[in-house]
Ligand binder design. Structure first.
Ligand code: BJ8
Length: 425
């Protein structure tokens, strides 16, 4: 499709065309420098390159076409929103977590300056009118996770159609009951929005589709742990990011094809980097598109990222919904059970996160962990201390990094990462 017709589509979505062009230009350059400069990439990554090059084009066109056919688009900011239910009413779910410094000045007129970059980014994207996903949504789901997000949704809700899900902060029986009632309330909201009733058949299909997507990502995560590692951390992060807005069935097929290629590479004992390259895990806050700063710094400092313990990583793919249920009620229970396993730092206590991190460090044979917190993120910054202690007991070195989306500290970060890599080498 020609660019001209996209411009018309973007105008219809009420984007600020000039500001949006500027964003695409920066994004394209950034992508070229960070992704296209890599040597020895797998052929299957061409699909991801294509998806990203059309991130505001073809995929948005698909959303526009789907809406014309009466389908609804649901935007989310958190992995707690059950996509299984969204698919069961034939709606489309897209992740809106923005990962770029955009519209920050405007955002700071409605949220405090000392708010994390991720929150400022989604508010900024909305206020600067540069995100076609946000503008395509019929409903945007917020959730009561961290204080920053839940208060920011009050401001965001004045600009966009919002629905808030209550997420418990603990995992006792009463919390689980609350969560079930919230999942039921979300189901009813979806049914009201779409005029469709969720049936055992449609929900079973939704569960299977999302499980298949997670199974493909689990397969990828297992394969990438090979020594030498067959795929860069940057590429796997990109795959995880794309999983939030691509069509789930098409995405799953592409990732399975890519995994076939990775298996061939492993069989030939080939790696993307030499065998002795230090292997690192990134743990902590989610890295939304196009937040590729830290992985790029790590991978241009002589190390390779082999696992991401984050919501745009294994936290979102580790657990599946039990597929044996037959009734809608049983399936809802299975969904609740699966989502209550999410070890977000907003929970207290959250000891399973420590167990999951040390287990993943062992499984992916890492030489060290970089704990990543966004500046002003209370939940993850607090957990840094506990994660460091748990890893020290497992004799895994850890470096703690607190940063935001600006490139101002890139040099300083590189110096610290290089020193850490040298220490673990
Ligand atoms: S389940 S991690 S996606 S809430 S970085 S906005 S926590 S101040 S993103 Fe998250 Fe859901 Fe949890 Fe995952 Fe707040 Fe921290 Fe900002 Fe954060």
């Amino acid at each position: 499709m020609e660019k001209a017709s996209y411009t018309e589509m973007w105008e219809n979505l009420n984007l600020d065309i000039e500001a949006h062009e500027g964003l695409l230009e920066v994004l394209g350059k950034f992508y070229g420098d960070i992704y296209m400069s890599q040597q020895g990439r797998l052929q299957g990554m061409e699909y991801l390159d294509f998806v990203l090059s059309e991130v505001h084009g073809l995929r948005i066109q698909e959303l526009v076409d789907a809406k014309k056919q009466g389908r609804k688009v649901i935007g989310t900011f958190c992995v707690f929103v059950p996509e299984e239910l969204t698919l069961a009413v034939d709606a489309i779910q897209v992740g809106l977590c923005a990962g770029a410094d955009a519209g920050t000045e405007a955002a700071e007129t409605v949220v405090p300056r000392n708010t994390c970059a991720l929150i400022k980014s989604f508010i900024g994207f909305k206020m600067a009118k540069i995100c076609p996903y946000t503008e395509s949504c019929d409903l945007i789901i917020g959730e009561t996770t961290c204080d920053g997000k839940k208060k920011a949704y009050e401001a965001f809700g004045e600009m966009a159609p919002m629905y808030i899900m209550e997420i418990p902060q603990r995992k006792e029986a009463s919390d689980r009951a609350l969560w079930k009632s919230e999942v039921m309330r979300y189901k009813e909201e979806l049914e009201k929005l779409t005029g469709k009733t969720i049936t055992a058949e449609s929900l079973k299909k939704g569960i299977k589709t999302v499980n298949d997507k997670r199974r493909a990502l689990q397969r990828l995560n297992k394969l990438r742990a090979a020594v030498p590692t067959p795929i860069s951390g940057r590429d796997v992060l990109l795959i995880n990011q794309v999983s939030f807005y691509d069509d789930p069935v098409r995405f799953t097929n592409s990732i399975n094809t890519l995994c076939d290629q990775i298996e061939e590479r492993i069989a030939k004992d080939e790696g993307i980097v030499p065998e002795k390259t230090p292997r690192l895990m990134l743990a902590g806050c989610p890295m939304a598109v196009p937040n590729w700063k830290l992985p790029y710094i790590v991978e241009s400092s002589g190390a390779v990222v082999v696992s991401e313990e984050s919501c745009i990583g294994t936290r979102n793919t580790r657990d599946l919904v039990d597929e044996s249920a037959e009734t809608v009620e049983e399936m809802i229970d299975a969904i609740c059970e699966r989502y209550m396993k999410i070890d977000c730092a907003c929970f207290t206590p959250n000891s399973e996160r420590l167990e999951n991190i040390t287990k993943l460090a062992e499984e992916t044979k890492v030489d060290g962990v970089i704990h990543y917190s966004l500046m002003f993120c209370q939940p993850y910054t607090h957990e840094t201390f506990k994660v460091e202690k748990a890893l020290a007991e497992a004799e895994v070195p850890m470096l703690s990094i607190e940063t935001d989306y600006s490139m101002e500290d890139a040099e300083q970060l590189k110096t610290r990462v290089e020193a850490f890599v040298e220490m673990i080498s």
